[in-house]
Design a protein around this ligand. Structure first.
Ligand code: ADP
Length: 843
């Protein structure tokens, strides 16, 4: 950095454009930057650089960096200060920004701009000598004489006078005193201007004064003004150390070779008022003793902190949250069981079992307010009304309702918050929820507890356990708050699609209430009692304007949706309402024009005539609005070839019908399975083939040449359509056997039969789960007969009567019975060999 006799700053400097705060040589200032160019400068230059040179940047004051990268640069202030970035702190709160601590070195002027993006780079000319700091004070200006010498002497004396008025026992003042003597005189205007109370405008004047003489001239009045001010103050009252600090404020962290000092913030008074308001709020928040103590401690720290420090914002934010939390604010429960029953009945059709249990739960709560019972967990497919029952419970109790979506949460700090040591730390969802509702006894719906994840950041389920455990949750400690909050008044309700993936410890705390899917008839009722009126209201329509007959609803349910719940049904009704709303609005317009110019109607003819009210949605209108049907009764069509059978599957989204297809081609006995099958399902396929091979003779199954081993000289391909969906479980066993038996015998499976059941190697049919959902799916798909394992017979009792009446059920104990039912007129070999042929032939 040395050249002709002086220390040189680099001739090309990246420029930081600042609008607030002026950096003068010899002082250290903290800048907060968040605009694109300044951010790029920090991230691409300061944080990447490895040499000392790369930490030197130019600070251009009085110039705002444009908000957007693409905006043109404003004209730059002509003079800036080169400085060393001594500290860079990044933060994401409240938005991404950096805080830079920069120590000013010397003035420079911008000769030319080299580039504007990603940050501004300029060719600069150094204006101050830098070696003045390395030459002892006595040798430099002391040698000067004439006007400059006089000025500097005057300035020095004024500074001494100022110091004399201050209390030397204050460390800041003592430090100033030391600096005054050890610094070269020509640096004094810059240093003093940055230390005493001066506005940005005044500092800018000092910066712009390139010649030393002018600089002294500009800074001297500021110094004298300060002295006059102090004198006035002393006259009115005796100066206390506090007042001195206001005159001269030195901040820790300023780094300059061997010295530490900094300029004052101008807004301390406001700050004082602000914290006083906060303090009042802290006292008024009615928080428990421990929390109050923490708050007061933080408040004390806050008062001492300068506002520009990143920690100030953190502490402030913390305190704001603390005073906002409903420590002792609650709503009064207004529970009347009879009213609750009416409300639940009015809000929800069917789901009697669930409603009964909810009422029991509420009744017990009414009798014993400090109930530490299990948490209710509603388990069922999407769209069956789990969330909306939760909302109704809150309404019956007169409590606030808040939904916490847990799907995909895999970090325990999502529940319990981040410790405040992290930049950008936040409280967890529980505390956030309490802040949102503003009372400490809301109903919290923990949605999708079965979708909690797990990751390196800890297990959120464990954190949730603490929240839900009545023995612990009266002192739930969020990491961010770091003081206990009493959650015992909160009523938690959980929802899930399946219990299989709920962590066992969590499941243990909950009482599972199954909410199965709805039958077609129930859906029609729900649509007419709730969904249609709701949608009409949401779209600003009345029943006088739109009428959806029951037939149409049935059509929507069977041909446009295939789901256990009613969510897409609701959406489809919404689509109809939108379409009708357009017609109604057009009609309005037409009637208006008609009113204005009577002859216009005749000109426009039928087109503008308002539609007749109410608009009735028939099948044709339905097709116009929703398009061609998405689902046809495809069952019969697809069972027109041998080697296809219809199975029933259970998914967390409800029951489904599932086709199994098989084909046989020349080969050497290979089995290919496609359709994303899990291991259990693959094993079922192998089992089925083995059983069929063993019993080939009994059932007269042949290979392609008519031989006795169906696999000889052939490859088999089994496919489970909806290939993108992963499938697993043993319940497809009977379907695979039926499908292969059809393939090997060349006979068609009955097109109105669906089946489910696990198989064994001996040909027994074992019970499986999810019968109700599966049967409902079969019913939805228009199947007439369902084959079930014998031991599942008891599950049929749960089915609605109309479904039971519509379907034939065949309960099978072995595969023989399955095959007999699945094929028209029975299956060869089944009738004659009634008593487990496989037992004799195999064992
Ligand atoms: P989930 O939480 O089970 O996924 P939602 O509670 O969000 O389902 O329900 C979806 C929609 O269906 C809501 O508008 C709800 O009011 C309606 N709904 C579901 N079941 C019923 C029912 N039995 N009676 C009336 N409306 C219902």
């Amino acid at each position: 950095m040395t050249s002709d006799g002086g220390i040189q700053i680099p001739s090309r400097l990246p420029l930081l454009l600042t609008h607030e705060g002026v950096l003068l040589p010899g002082s250290t200032v903290r800048f907060s930057v968040d605009s694109p160019r300044n951010m790029h400068l920090v991230s691409q230059r300061l944080l990447r650089g490895t040499s000392l040179k790369s930490t030197i940047i130019g600070v251009i004051p009085n110039t705002r960096d444009p908000e957007h990268d693409t905006d043109d640069l404003p004209t730059l202030h002509k003079i800036g200060t080169a400085g060393i970035a001594v500290q860079v702190v990044g933060s994401n709160w409240p938005k991404p920004h950096y805080t830079l601590l920069i120590t000013g070195l010397c003035r420079f002027s911008v000769s030319s701009l080299l580039k504007e993006r990603p940050f501004v780079l300029a060719e600069v000319e150094q204006l101050d000598k830098l070696d003045q700091y390395t030459i002892p004070a006595t040798e430099s200006v002391a040698a000067e004489d004439g006007e400059l010498g006089e000025l500097s002497q005057k300035f020095y004396q004024a500074a001494v006078q100022l110091l004399g008025m201050l209390d030397m026992s204050v460390p800041v003042v003592a430090k100033f005193r030391r600096l005054l003597d050890s610094l070269p005189r020509e640096t004094l205007p810059d240093v003093v201007a940055s230390m005493i109370r001066t506005s940005n405008k005044e500092k800018l004047q000092v910066l712009d004064a390139v010649s030393l003489e002018e600089r002294f001239k500009k800074a001297l009045p500021m110094l004298t003004k300060q002295i006059e001010g102090l004198k006035l103050l002393q006259k009115t009252r005796k100066i206390s150390p506090d007042n001195e600090k206001r005159v001269l404020s030195v901040r820790k962290g300023g780094v300059f070779p061997g010295r530490q000092f900094n300029l004052d913030g101008d807004d301390e008074d406001e700050d004082g008022d602000d914290t006083a308001v906060l303090e009042r709020k802290v006292h008024g928040a009615n928080m428990p003793e421990a929390a109050l103590r923490v708050c007061l401690k933080e408040l004390k720290r806050l008062k001492k902190m300068p506002q520009s420090m990143p920690e100030y914002a953190l502490t402030r934010n913390y305190l704001d949250l603390m005073v906002e939390l409903p420590w002792s604010k609650s709503t009064k429960d207004c529970l009347d069981i009879r009213a609750a029953r009416t409300l639940l009945d009015n809000d929800h059709y069917a789901m009697d079992k669930l409603k009964r249990r909810v009422l029991e739960y509420l009744a017990v709560r009414q009798l014993k307010t400090t109930l530490k019972g299990p948490i209710l967990c509603f388990v069922g497919p999407p769209g069956v009304g789990k969330t909306s029952v939760g909302r109704s419970i809150a309404r019956t109790l007169g409590r606030e309702f808040h939904r916490i979506a847990l799907g995909g949460v895999c970090d325990q700090s999502d529940i319990r918050g981040h410790r405040r040591t992290y930049v950008g730390s936040m409280p967890g969802r529980i505390i956030n929820g309490l802040k949102t509702v503003g009372v400490n006894n809301p109903v919290f719906l923990l949605d999708e507890v079965d979708k909690l994840g797990k990751s390196l950041q800890g297990d959120p389920a464990a954190a949730l356990l603490e929240v839900l455990d009545p023995e612990q949750n009266h002192s739930f400690t969020d990491h961010y708050l770091n003081v206990a909050f009493d959650l015992s008044q909160v009523l938690f309700i959980a929802t899930a699609n399946t219990t299989a993936t709920i962590p066992p410890a969590l499941l243990d705390r909950m009482e599972v209430l199954q909410v199965p899917g709805y039958t077609q008839e129930e859906k029609v009722e729900i649509a007419h009692r709730h969904l249609i009126p709701n949608q009409l209201e949401q779209h600003g329509l009345t029943p006088q304007q739109l009428h959806i007959p029951q037939d149409t609803t049935q059509d929507i349910i069977s041909r446009y949706t295939r789901e256990a719940g009613v969510r897409s049904l609701e959406r489809k009704i919404g689509a109809i309402c939108r379409a009708v709303a357009v017609k109604v609005a057009e009609g309005h317009r037409a009637t208006k024009t008609e009113a204005l110019t009577p002859e216009s109607q005749t000109q426009q003819g039928d087109k503008a005539a308002p539609p007749e009210m109410p608009i009735v949605i028939d099948h044709i209108a339905l097709k116009d609005i929703l398009g061609p049907p998405l689902f046809e009764m495809e069952v019969s069509e697809r069972l027109t070839l041998p080697g296809v059978a219809l199975g029933l599957a259970w998914t967390p989204l409800g029951g489904e019908i599932m086709f199994v297809e098989a084909s046989r081609m020349e080969g050497d006995g290979q089995l290919t399975l496609t359709g994303q099958l899990g291991d259990v399902m693959k094993e079922s396929a192998h089992l089925a083939i083995s059983w069929l091979r063993t019993n080939a003779k009994t059932y007269q199954l042949t290979n392609m040449m008519g031989g006795p081993d169906p696999l000889e000289g052939a490859d088999i391909h089994l496919h489970f359509p909806a290939g993108a969906v992963t499938k697993d479980g043993p319940s497809a066993g009977v379907t695979i056997v039926t499908c292969l038996a059809s393939l090997f015998s060349g006979r068609l499976v009955r097109s109105d039969v669906a089946m489910t059941g696990e198989i064994t190697l001996r040909g027994l049919v074992l019970p499986v789960g999810g019968i109700k959902d599966k049967v409902l799916a079969a019913h939805r798909a228009g199947v007439k007969c369902v084959i079930l394992p014998k031991r599942n017979e008891k599950d049929l009792e749960e089915l609605p009567a109309n479904v039971r009446a519509d379907l034939d059920f065949v309960t099978a104990g072995n595969l023989d019975e399955v095959l007999n039912t699945a094929f028209d007129g029975g299956f060869p070999g089944t009738a004659s060999t009634h008593t487990h042929p496989q037992l004799t032939s195999k064992l």
